[in-house]
Design a protein around this ligand. Structure first.
Ligand SMILES: [Zn+2]
Length: 417
């Protein structure tokens, strides 16, 4: 029996998200009334485990490292444009060759929120509620964006980050794995490739961008087929108020599910089934201490935080998607568990959340934990590759394992023998 009782339970609960999945997975193995059966970890012949095993810590680290050659990749700069070109070349080299770009105009004079903001490293905020209205408990340190180049001690990196952002045309890249039986439907797997803070944006969001690229690499392997399509998207302008993801929704929402040209079997914008954002995947060292210092080590209890937004139109579908990811983590992530929260905020899945099931994956909850300063590198000059240890990178790898397994299940992925 390939699918144990636990997976059967998930597939039933997913039935309203993706009806055909039910029949497909139920066919995998009996187990009726097996709700109380002891779960078992997938064995070496489990095809999804075989796909997950193609993720690799050193490859994941190398992809993050590759992104850091473009410094903080701030939107509206040459280093940001070079990073997009590099990402596109990588996607093509993985076999995700149908890359496309969204183009949009960004003019900070007319846009809301000029980027950054925050409370600039000032006083401790006494408000017991963080971004999204999530309650903050315990010790906290100030959260804010560094805008001072002189705080970057690495002179080469400071120089690399020197060009300021200019208003104008922006681009962002995506590629798509086309489903074999339902090319007209897709899941969007995404991260944001721009950063701020005068570091290398290694964690925010090199870690999420690399995760999406690694999934594109694995799913683009010619021996993997999926029933449904998967789009791998690397948003720009997240740090200025999600402008890249907003542009995508504005330009493409109305194109969903349309065959173009008619009769071609081609769907330039498959119908959206779910949007999964990955942002800051590495650092879960716990709460700041009373004196404001942090543990240098990943805490053993580190987890992947999956969030949906309780005040969204698609809350029921988003919640269901979140639990599917948690169950995928239980079976397929090697080291760290996942937790589900209901206050997704400040992330590129927000523009999607009233249209389609939407979740975000992070190292910490955005409101209650990051909002209390649990990641002291956030938007700071210290967000550089060398800040992180293997246990940090491994949390990101576990998030990748979680997303890969969940998306493989949701899209009916199969390994061709
Ligand atoms: Zn981010």
């Amino acid at each position: 029996m390939r699918w144990n009782a636990c997976i059967l339970t998930i597939s039933i609960s997913l039935a309203c998200l993706v009806p055909p999945l039910l029949a497909q997975q139920r066919g995998g193995g009996g187990g009726r009334g097996g709700a109380a059966a002891t779960p078992r970890l997938p064995g070496p012949d489990d095809p999804i485990k075989q796909m997950v095993d193609r993720l690799d810590l050193e490859k994941y680290k190398a992809t993050i490292k590759g992104l850091t050659q473009f410094g903080d990749r701030r939107q509206g700069t040459e280093r940001n444009r070079k990073a997009i070109d590099w990402i596109e070349a990588q996607l093509k080299s993985y076999g995700c060759t149908n890359t496309e770009r969204i183009k949009y105009q960004y003019d900070p004079a007319t846009a809301t929120n000029g980027g950054g903001g925050g409370n600039g490293g000032g006083q401790r905020n006494p408000n017991p509620f963080g971004p999204s209205g999530a309650r903050i408990r315990g010790y906290r340190i100030p959260e804010g964006v560094n805008n001072d180049p002189n705080l970057q001690p690495d002179l080469k990196l400071r120089e690399l980050n020197m060009e300021p952002s200019s208003p104008g045309l922006r681009e962002e890249v995506y590629c798509t794995k086309i489903g074999t039986t339902h090319p007209e439907e897709m899941y969007i797997v995404a991260g944001h490739m721009d950063g701020i803070g005068w570091g290398e944006a290694a964690n925010d969001d090199g870690s999420g961008t690399a995760l999406v690229m690694e999934l594109a690499r694995v799913f683009s392997s010619p021996d993997i087929q999926t029933d449904r399509s998967i789009r791998f998207a690397l948003w720009n302008n997240e740090e200025t108020n999600l402008n890249g993801a907003r542009a995508y929704v504005a330009q493409r929402q109305g194109l969903q599910g349309k065959e173009d040209p008619p009769g071609s079997g081609k769907y330039p914008e498959p119908k959206w089934l779910g949007m999964i954002q990955h942002d800051m995947m590495l650092f879960d060292h716990g709460m700041p201490r009373a004196d404001g210092t942090m543990s240098r080590e990943q805490r053993p209890e580190a987890d992947v935080n999956i969030e949906f937004q309780k005040n969204s139109k698609m809350v029921a579908q988003s919640q269901e998607l979140a639990w599917a990811f948690r169950e995928a983590n239980e079976l397929y992530a090697t080291d760290y568990p996942a937790a589900v929260g209901n206050k997704m905020t400040n992330t590129d899945s927000t523009p999607f959340m009233d249209v389609v099931a939407s979740i975000s994956l992070r190292e910490n909850e955005r409101g209650s934990q990051l909002g209390a300063g649990w990641d002291p590198q956030h938007h700071k000059p210290t967000d550089v590759f060398t800040t992180y240890y293997d246990k940090d990178f491994r949390l990101g790898l576990n998030a990748a394992q979680t997303s890969l397994a969940a998306v493989a299940q949701l899209t009916g992925a199969k390994l061709k023998k």
